[in-house]
Write a protein that binds this ligand. Structure first.
Ligand SMILES: Cc1cc2nc3c(=O)[nH]c(=O)nc-3n(C[C@H](O)[C@H](O)[C@H](O)COP(=O)(O)O)c2cc1C
Ligand code: SF4
Length: 678
């Protein structure tokens, strides 16, 4: 039987070649709000691999008083048209359709960016995530914004796009719909659903008057805000019917939930440890009730779930958005019968958390995403195969091995532990983060296919490395939890890693001093919570775990609130003393001379890692380059040519946390960059 997801879909006059799309998501690759080379390359890569439709942008803004919140495209600029035209042409050349999501962000942005205009909403209620107290819309604001929508839609039609999608969840349009957010009177006011929908209907009329009927117009809308006083599921169904009956809407893209806070956003865009496809049945019900084409995305991470969504008649088009951030070539691999080669999205939400910090969307374990021009996804073969020995089968070492082997080098990978994974194995100690293992499991499977010689249970000494007769040695031995550092009492404390690895059993009252502010401290707290009597997390910073971004912080806070853990900011651990069978933690602060103490049973510290670099330094004198990396060549993707010791037998490099403590993305990026230039 033909694969359901490979069936074409007829959307009005537009034939979509299969059922897989990328829903709108702003990767923040724009320059001055315009989709320039990197932006285009990102979409073209995925079109070339076979997706049916890419919904570009993510919240491209139609008005100047909708300042960009995360690198949004500025659809109000006339200059965007030629850029979108080139993007559309190149995506069309690859056989995919291309549309764009347009919006007015309403209160979901800040006034202190862009043109410093006040943000707007049909009430003065602020959105907790972006914090701005909005100006309540006046009649002249409404009229202007309606015509801004029509102008933007016309620009996109002129650019040759196949259509547009209006964003109506958490932004201005749905604020009109929502009884909790619309406090206006009159034509656009709160009185009835008809008046609450008057703004969207006027926008649709204005758009249709400009673009006509032969241009696709859809709405990505919240069909259940899942919040007190908000749009209910019943009202959402009625909104869907009214949009359909208007005759102006060609598809609906279903969202369930609200995005007012990081916590609620995780229910709309679930992260690892949360259920797959949580809103699929809900979207399917809307499809059954309305009969209008239904699109939907929310953690449909693999082709089997996508197949089910189509075969069971729940969706017309399946959004696999983060799945394509992690692997742009899903459709090509499906068509080539290589589904098992798909690099899995592990739901880490590093990509989306970054855009809310004002950074580009990067995939935790695919460093080529967003860097399509400088670090292409395809790895070119080498003309000069060599022998490469890599020590350490964590993310950095495995990536280096995968890439070097793909290039055609003969790769020997030595690992001290009985299994690959490195620090990822500690992360996976938390059941909720077990999916992280796929980062290294996928690489191990790829390495095995590519003929990498994987040798476990080998704590490599220099002679073990030399016995492999290498031309190139890459030390990727990672790091160990940093210990000590206290005035007194370093011998009385343990590390977050000790808790996670099971070496220390949590019990009694526990104080966790989180200096690094990354995952390990919170993870130890979450891990210990069911066993300890009480937990207090103490940080010198002015916020808890500043290295853990918004959506990733959510499950930790949820678990810690549940267990009654205390979170104390702006204090740090100076020393620990013994008091009977208990410990006294002495806390000081940068802000005052005050000293506080806590009597506890266990003191746990998270101070990051220290590089495991003995092997590197032992090998250094015997290497040709004495371990030196030419950064200029490294960044330009050129081969390394440093010769400091002509008698040396091999070139020596060090990557990942063996150099300095960073994160999984940095480790993998090191591995990719180095190995692709060998
Ligand atoms: C980096 C990033 C940015 C996003 N920006 C938007 C956006 O601007 N508008 C929107 O409707 N959805 C946005 N989304 C949500 C996606 O369209 C999609 O609904 C979400 O990722 C869940 O689908 P998935 O599980 O297939 O990734 C964004 C997602 C990501 C990962
Ligand atoms: S960062 Fe995580 S959630 Fe985002 S695409 Fe990569 S693996 Fe998926």
């Amino acid at each position: 039987m033909a694969d359901p997801i490979l069936q074409p879909f007829q959307l009005k006059h537009l034939t979509l070649r299969n059922r897989v799309m990328i829903t709108s998501h702003e990767p923040a690759y724009s320059e001055d709000g315009l989709p320039t080379d990197a932006y285009r390359a990102y979409h073209v890569e995925r079109a070339r691999a076979g997706i049916a439709l890419t919904m570009t942008a993510g919240s491209a803004v139609v008005s100047r008083d909708s300042p960009p919140a995360f690198g949004n495209l500025l659809a109000y600029r006339d200059e965007i048209t030629p850029h979108m035209a080139r993007l559309a042409r190149e995506v069309h050349d690859e056989g995919a359709a291309v549309m764009i999501q347009l919006t007015h962000l309403g209160r979901r942005t800040r006034w202190d960016t862009g043109d410093w205009l006040p943000v707007l909403s049909p009430s003065a209620l602020r959105e907790p995530a972006h914090r701005a107290y909005p100006k309540v819309l006046e009649d002249w604001d409404i009229a202007r914004i309606i015509s801004d929508y029509a102008d933007a839609a016309e620009r996109m039609k002129d650019a040759g796009l196949d259509g547009i999608e209006l964003e109506s969840y958490g932004h201005l349009m749905d604020a009109f719909w929502s009884p909790r957010l619309n406090h206006l009177d009159g034509r656009y006011g709160a009185e009835t659903l008809e008046t609450r929908m008057a703004f969207s209907m006027d926008v649709l009329h204005a758009i249709r008057a400009r673009v006509g009927d032969d241009f696709i117009v859809g709405v990505r809308f919240v069909a259940d805000e899942d919040i007190k006083g908000g749009i209910s599921a019943t009202e959402g169904q009625e909104i869907a019917r009214r949009l359909r009956d208007s005759g102006m809407v060609d598809f609906l893209n279903v969202i369930r939930g609200n995005i007012d806070t990081d916590a609620s956003l995780t229910r709309v865009i679930p992260l690892q440890g949360m259920a797959s496809a949580p809103h699929l049945d809900f979207a399917g019900e809307l499809r059954a009730q309305t009969g209008i084409p239904i699109f939907h995305a929310a953690r449909i991470p693999d082709l089997s779930t996508a197949r089910h969504a189509i075969a069971a008649g729940k969706l017309d088009m399946v959004g696999m958005t983060r799945a394509h951030i992690a692997d742009p070539h899903i459709m090509a691999k499906l068509l080539e019968g290589r589904e098992e080669d798909i690099r899995p999205c592990v739901g880490a939400n590093y990509c989306i958390d970054r855009i809310y910090q004002g950074e580009k969307a990067l995939c935790l374990h695919n460093p080529s995403t967003g860097r399509e021009l400088s670090q292409p996804h395809k790895i070119a073969p080498t003309d000069t195969p060599t022998r490469v020995t890599i020590i350490g089968a964590g993310p950095a070492g495995l990536e280096a091995a995968r890439v070097a082997a793909t290039r055609g080098h003969q790769v020997h990978l030595l690992e001290a532990a009985p299994q690959a994974g490195g620090q990822i194995r500690l992360t996976a100690q938390s059941p909720r983060r077990r999916e992280m293992l796929a980062i290294t499991e996928w690489r191990v499977a790829q390495c095995e296919k590519l003929g990498v010689r994987l040798q476990y249970n080998t704590y490599a000494e220099p002679e073990d490395v030399l016995a492999t007769a290498p031309d190139v040695v890459i030390v990727a031995t990672g790091g160990m939890a940093r210990e000590g550092g206290l005035e007194t009492g370093s011998d009385l404390i343990c590390s977050a890693w000790d808790v996670l690895s099971g070496d220390v059993k949590p019990e009694g009252d526990m104080l966790i001093f989180d200096e690094a502010g990354d995952h390990a401290g919170l993870q130890a707290a979450e891990f210990a919570a069911p066993h300890a009597r009480s937990i207090e997390i103490v940080t010198r910073d002015r916020a808890i775990a500043p290295e853990v971004m918004g959506m990733n912080l959510t499950p930790y806070i949820r678990a810690l609130q549940h267990s009654g853990a205390q979170m104390t900011i702006t204090w740090y651990l100076s020393h620990v003393t013994r008091t009977g069978n208990r410990l006294t933690a002495h806390l000081i602060s940068d802000y005052s001379d005050k000293i506080e103490t806590r009597e506890v049973d266990q003191v746990v510290v998270n101070q990051g890692t220290t590089p495991l670099d003995d092997l590197y330094f032992a090998l250094k004198p015997q290497s040709r380059n004495l371990g030196e990396l030419d950064y200029h060549a490294f960044l330009a993707g050129q081969s390394q040519k440093i010769i400091k010791n002509p008698d040396g037998q091999f070139d020596l490099y060090r990557i990942g946390d063996a150099v300095s403590p960073r994160n999984t993305h940095a480790a993998i990026y090191d591995g990719l960059r180095l190995a692709r230039s060998l």
